[in-house]
Design a protein around this ligand. Structure first.
Ligand code: G1P
Length: 288
């Protein structure tokens, strides 16, 4: 059973400035929902119930978003907007939310370590909400299925990336054990293309064993001077069964402006209300 998911959300969102100067990157909308809500809904759909959000200064909007807004609810009630009222309450009711602060910008590994006391001694998920994935089965569910089927300790979402892009990711050294399932032998964070052990990249969905916490506590700053989750996971592969799973789905890197725009267009095109109008607009633009 994977009951808890950790959402690192303390970054400054510098790639989206000025949009993120005063509001969190995680609240940028993917069509009509904040990025982080898409991640939380994916976790819910995978059976996760406790959402642990690692935030920092200036991130109050995230807590408010998942809380009840009495003023808004009373207004919607007065106006008889019952469907919207139910939709707003559903955001709060879908899970239990817990918050912990990452008070220093020391990296993804440090963010996950901040969740240690809230996770405790059980396997848990990590969701990086700027990796947006459009899939039939929620990617976390796909990972949990692999976790159970192969009695793994940890499972990482992976995807093949162009060689020239490996330096943006954690890259695994692998041994294939079934179609799409790889035993992770080693991994390296943001390698130069010439030094990369493969072109299989870690994408922002993980199932991790609680052994990651002592490993993180011992991890020294790595790539970019930050405490890297990849470096801590690397120290686990000798002791635990760490698998990589090539998930079904299309991923958008909504952590940069272009990927964010592409994710918005792809999701809006699939939206029954917005799709037809957007398609017509894009066809007109193409002719210009
Ligand atoms: C993080 C991880 C990296 C992973 C990537 C996936 O990097 O450190 O291993 O491949 O997410 O999106 P970041 O995107 O925070 O630089």
């Amino acid at each position: 059973m994977i009951r808890k998911a950790v959402f690192p959300a303390a970054g400054f969102g510098t790639r989206f400035l000025p949009a993120t100067k005063a509001s969190p990157k995680e609240m940028l909308p993917l069509v009509d929902k904040p990025l982080i809500q898409h991640g939380v809904e994916e976790a819910c759909a995978a059976g996760v119930r406790d959402m642990i959000i690692v935030n920092g200064r200036g991130k109050y909007a995230i807590e408010d978003h998942f809380d009840i807004s009495y003023e808004l609810e009373s207004l919607l009630r007065k106006k008889g907007e019952d469907a919207q009222l139910a939709a707003m309450r559903a955001i709060t009711d879908m899970a239990d939310f817990f918050y912990v602060r990452q008070n220093l910008p020391l990296g993804l590994g440090h963010a996950v370590l901040r969740a240690m006391d809230l996770v405790g001694e059980e396997p848990f998920a990590v969701v990086l909400s700027d990796d947006v994935i459009d899939s039939k089965v929620p990617v976390l569910r796909q990972l949990i299925d692999v976790y159970e089927r192969y009695s793994a300790d940890s499972v990482l979402a992976i995807e093949r990336v162009p060689r020239e892009q490996v330096s943006r990711y954690g890259i695994i050294k692998w041994k294939k054990i079934a179609e799409g399932v790889y035993e992770v032998l080693d991994m390296v964070e943001k390698p130069k293309p010439a030094k990369a052990p493969s072109d299989l990249a870690i994408i922002g969905r993980y199932i991790l064993s609680p052994a990651i916490f002592p490993a993180l506590a011992e991890t020294r700053p790595g790539a970019g001077g930050e405490i890297q989750l990849t470096d801590a996971m690397r120290s686990l592969v000798a002791r635990e069964r760490v698998l990589g799973y090539e998930f079904e789905g299309v991923r958008y890197d909504a952590g940069n402006k272009l990927g964010f725009l592409m994710a918005n267009i792809a999701f809006a095109l699939k939206d029954p209300e917005l799709g037809p109008g957007l398609r017509a607009f894009l066809a007109k633009e193409r002719k210009k």
